[in-house]
Structures are given as structure tokens and as C-alpha cells.
Design a protein around this ligand. Structure first.
Ligand SMILES: [Fe+2]
Length: 252
């Protein structure tokens, strides 16, 4: 395979180790950009927890299910299925809801709107079922979450919460999940090589999740922060287009 554009890795030359190193660096960048908890107001802390909860509570299992539906190898299917079973059996969405409630950070409509576009971009990416890139995305995210948990826990603690089950569970179990998912990536890459599939942009999903996490942790948490400039509507005119799901000015 010849040279490729940025973000593309030729499947016959890339290694899982180099993939993991690159995802680690992206996680480093996100973590380095987080606003210091001690400098945040009560509302800014609440906003980060609420936007995180708004995204993760209803979408993590969806994303992982998309990965399950995308992969072709039995090894990857088995690894992803184990992850899904744990999510459902131990009711991780319920854990996250309790975490948000205890921190007085239950998501509102404004929190959902703030992350609307970036979340939609990830959903549409998963819907295309890219075989390797979606597993790279989930492996990256499992690793990122584990490193993000101390920050999230500190935000909640500063909100007066003593609820720690969600952050404790995900600070530990995701270390093993990350390694397993990179093993799934390896299995899928081997399969893609054998079937002569064209190289994907293996980091497309990672890039989209990075943008989503940046929106979640942005401290200017207004509804407008979730909208693109050309989509800004005057107060009271905000609507959602039925045709493309994007924000739009009301035509009524
Ligand atoms: Fe989980």
C-alpha cells in the first residue's frame, strides 16, 4: 500500500502498539486541556458532569453495540460482547445517573443541546459501521475514561457528593477493557488484511470523540456553545430541522 493522507494508516504496516501510543497521546492532550477544578464555579462544575452524563448514560452501550455490529472476527465479537454484558448486567447507566444526581448535576435540555452536534457526528460515524476504526474509537475511549475518572470524581466531590461507585468502577475495570479492545483491534486488522479491504481512517472516531469531550469539558456551557456559527438562531427561534437533524432557524 502506498502513502496515505493524515489519519490513514496502511493496515499492513501499522501495529497495535503504535495505534495505542497515538491514542494515548490524544488522551494526554484532552486531559492537559481540562479546566482546573479549583478554578471552576459551581455551575461550571455542574455543567461538565451534566454534559458528560447526558452523553454517556444513553450512548456508551449504543456505541459499543455499533462496534459489535461492525466487526467481522469472532475474537473481536467475543471481547465486545463481554463488555456489553458487563455494562447491562451491572447497570452502568444507572450508576452514572446516581453519580449525576448526587452531584446535583442531572442533565437538562440545555446540557443536551450543548453537545448535540458533536454527539450526532459520533452517532453517524458509528452508524456507518467502520470495522476497524469503531473498535479503535472504543479502545481509545475505555482508556481515556479510566484516566478521566479522577477529574470527574473531584468535580463531584467539590459539589458535595460522596457517591463514588461510577468513578471507582470505571477507574479500575477500564484498564482491562482497554487492553482487551486493542486485542479486538488487532484481530480486526488481521481480518481486514486478509480480505484486502481498503484502509480506513483509523482515527476518525477518535477525532470525533476528542471533539465531543472538548465540548463536554468546555466551561462556556451555554446552548449557543453547542451550535455552529451559521446555525445560531435568535432567542426563541431555535428549532431542529426535521430534514437533517441539524439546528436551524424556525421557518414558521
Ligand atoms: Fe461502563
Amino acid at each position: 500500500m502506498s502513502s496515505v493522507s493524515p489519519g490513514l494508516l496502511p493496515l499492513d504496516r501499522s501495529s497495535v502498539v503504535s495505534l495505542q501510543e497515538r491514542t494515548d497521546r490524544i488522551a494526554d492532550d484532552i486531559l492537559a486541556s481540562l479546566p482546573p477544578p479549583e478554578q471552576l464555579s459551581v455551575d461550571e462544575r455542574r455543567g461538565i458532569i451534566a454534559r458528560y452524563s447526558s452523553v454517556l448514560e444513553g450512548n456508551f452501550i449504543y456505541w459499543m453495540t455499533g462496534a459489535y455490529l461492525s466487526v467481522g472476527s469472532e475474537e473481536a465479537r467475543s471481547i465486545i460482547l463481554d463488555n456489553l454484558l458487563e455494562e447491562v448486567r451491572d447497570c452502568h447507566p444507572g450508576m452514572l445517573r446516581r453519580f449525576a444526581m448526587a452531584a446535583d448535576a442531572v442533565p437538562t435540555d440545555s446540557d443536551a443541546l450543548a453537545v448535540y452536534q458533536e454527539l450526532l457526528d459520533v452517532r453517524l460515524f458509528v452508524g456507518r459501521r467502520p470495522r476497524v476504526a469503531v473498535v479503535v474509537m472504543m479502545a481509545f475511549f475505555e482508556g481515556f475514561i479510566q484516566r478521566f475518572m479522577p477529574y470527574l470524581a473531584e468535580l463531584a466531590q467539590r459539589q458535595g457528593s460522596i457517591e463514588k461507585e461510577y468513578t471507582d468502577v470505571h477507574g479500575i475495570c477500564d484498564i482491562a477493557h482497554t487492553q482487551e479492545l486493542f486485542r479486538a483491534v488487532e484481530a480486526e486488522m488481521a481480518l481486514a488484511r486478509d480480505s484486502w479491504e481498503p484502509a480506513e481512517n483509523l482515527f476518525e472516531g477518535v477525532d470525533l470523540l476528542q471533539a465531543l469531550m472538548q465540548k463536554i469539558t468546555a466551561v462556556h456551557s451555554t446552548v449557543q456553545a453547542g451550535m455552529r456559527d451559521e446555525e445560531l438562531a435568535a432567542p426563541g427561534e431555535l428549532n431542529v430541522s426535521k430534514s437533517n437533524g441539524h439546528f436551524a432557524h424556525s421557518a414558521d
